[in-house]
Write a protein that binds this ligand. Structure first.
Ligand SMILES: [Zn+2]
Ligand SMILES: [Zn+2]
Length: 350
């Protein structure tokens, strides 16, 4: 049996013919297995959807009750037979409910990791290393220049700025699903107990995180707060809101953006970001290469982002690398796709 008999890239996404399903399909399919709730991976309109409870809940929040014909919950570590294959979901450490999906037949295991990171995150279950024969990896930050560093130091930078400018508001652009809640959790871990304000687009999803037992402290809607009362405070908003008339309600705002892309200074400057915070929910170069090596896989399939550098790295390390060229996945910080309440927050899936 060859790996392609288990999973094969098609225009609709990775397809398992033996099990009659697709993983993170970019077009409507009969049966979809979904790695996580970001809108480029989790789309509405499939027949049956198998995903973790959190991913299904997040899809329901985003798309409404009828986002799929039927749904089934997959628990981490629990194997199930689908047609001729065994399928198991494992934590991916990317956002709440995110999973890698292992597909196995005849002793050959292929792992589709979705998006992942192998660093601690107080808002989701840690990444689990799954030994496999073929590892399918993302490549969002697959260039040696991308080294994310310590998010705790980035949060300290934000808190220093808040202390230095007590008369100004701090606006932190952060993707609504995952990044925003992680930034809040990191602020709380750093001992920041003041109220944190939320853009309307983040309220529902942040409430959902809290309902799953993630304590985020005193959170308030920015809606209705007076300009003066926002002096010296921190507000989380979707990145696109940073360049919006919406910012006029804040006193002399300092704009920050929490993203792996903030490693590139020119990019921060171009977007008018005064306070770039290098905090990413994707593995950086070291994270990608160390994870690939640790899986023991001899064959590495590479999807979304900077495929070339990672495929080249594989070749120089005795591994067979292969770009997948599936169109339809993007980086959430880049695309800032859809607000959880269904309004476009600027930009679309790309
Ligand atoms: Zn993602
Ligand atoms: Zn992705």
């Amino acid at each position: 049996m060859r790996p392609e008999d288990i999973l094969v890239p098609t225009p609709a996404g990775l397809c398992c013919k033996l099990g009659s399903f697709h993983i993170d399909p970019t077009r409507p399919v009969e049966r979809a297995l979904i790695t996580h709730g970001h809108s480029d991976h989790a789309r509405a309109g499939h027949g049956a959807v198998l995903a973790t409870r959190e991913t299904l809940d997040l899809m329901r929040l985003r798309y409404g009750e009828n986002f799929a014909g039927s749904t089934q919950i997959a628990s981490y570590g629990e194997s199930m037979s689908l047609g001729g294959v065994e399928v198991t979901f494992h934590p991916a450490g990317h956002v709440l409910g995110s999973a890698q999906i292992a597909v196995e037949a005849n002793g050959l295991r292929v792992v589709a990791s979705g998006d992942y990171k192998n660093v601690p995150d107080p808002t989701c279950t840690p990444f689990e290393l799954v030994p496999c024969d073929v590892f399918i990896t993302e490549a969002t930050f697959a260039l040696p220049v991308f080294r994310h560093g310590d998010p705790v130091a980035e949060i300290a930078k934000l808190l220093r700025s808040v202390a230095v400018f007590p008369e100004r508001a701090h606006l932190v652009g952060a993707y609504s699903l995952g990044k925003a809640q992680r930034v809040i959790a990191l602020l709380r871990k750093a001992g920041y107990t003041a109220p944190i304000y939320l853009h309307g687009a983040m309220e529902k999803i942040t409430e959902y995180y809290e309902s799953r037992g993630i304590a985020l402290g005193d959170l308030r809607p920015v809606r209705g707060a007076s300009k003066q009362s926002l002096a010296g405070t921190i507000t989380l908003c979707p990145p696109s809101a940073l360049n919006d008339l919406w910012t006029r309600r804040f006193p002399d705002p300092v704009t920050a953006f929490a993203s792996g892309w903030m490693r590139v200074r020119a990019r921060a400057r171009q977007q008018g970001i005064v306070l770039p915070l290098v905090i990413s929910d994707h593995a950086d170069w070291d994270g990608l290469t160390s994870t690939i090596a640790a899986t023991g896989a001899g064959e590495i399939w590479v999807t979304h982002g900077q495929e070339d550098a990672l495929v080249h790295w594989c070749a120089t390390h005795g591994l067979q690398g292969r770009p997948l060229d599936i169109v339809g996945y993007g980086d959430e910080d880049e695309t800032d796709a859809q607000d959880i309440d269904g309004r476009e927050a600027g930009g679309t899936d790309a």
